[in-house]
Ligand binder design. Sequence first.
Ligand code: GUN
Length: 274
Amino acid sequence: MILNGKEVAAIIKDNVKEKINLQLTLAVILVGDDNASKIYVRNKKIACDYVGIKSLVYELPASITQNDLLELVYELNSRPDVTGILVQLPLPKHIDEAIVMENINPLKDVDGFNPQNVGALTLGAPKFIPCTPLGIMNLLAHYKISIDGKNCTIIGRSNDVGKPMALLMLAANATVTVCHSHTKNLTDITKTADILISAVGKAKFINADMIKSGATLIDVGINRESGKLCGDIDFDSCVEKAANITPVPGGVGPMTIATLMQNCVLASELQRAQ
Ligand code: GUN
């Protein structure tokens, strides 16, 4: 089965659209002119327009100081009309991402990157969950792919995907293995995976010889090869051997954005419950 993230994301966005009965506002901060980041921000704005969330996009020069960026975050934190705040990553090298994430109001942290939200997820009582891993859980749930007792291997240990993904899979009773650049005998491990999630950023890194027959393959990679978009998983090589696979584009990417829309609704609910 091809796990059609684009289709499932459309269903989720339609649900969000129906649910919204107040004016919600998402503030998105884009620093510098990284092309990929610009495309992500544009897609987030398009999704906001679709579901009826107002978006405020702040485009700041790469030369902005950390203090000036924090000043904007503080202002957005205290504005009652701003529901959610998202600082697009990566940030320029002179800005400490951890300090910026720490200073986003945890009740407006729709990315789930603030340490309070990371801690809550770690302890099993999550509020905001990072959009890509939660989007993957939503996609698996939509297709009724069972997780309980399955071997789940995640390649990549980033704060935005690998680590929260591992926590969500643990919470869903998978046996979780996290692999990374120092992992020895990667193929021995990936071949045991019932669910294999790759977030490496290397075009066609996973081929059919590295997977278990009947596995579910989730591709978080967005890479370019000869100008063409492709994932970490060699789709053509793996599609026959896998039971389920996400395409790139049209798999995880749209799920991330649809989940961000859900997180904006959650932000509004959490703030009203205060
Ligand atoms: N850059 C790449 N992915 C993401 C994401 O999910 N959130 C933010 N803020 N920046 C990103």
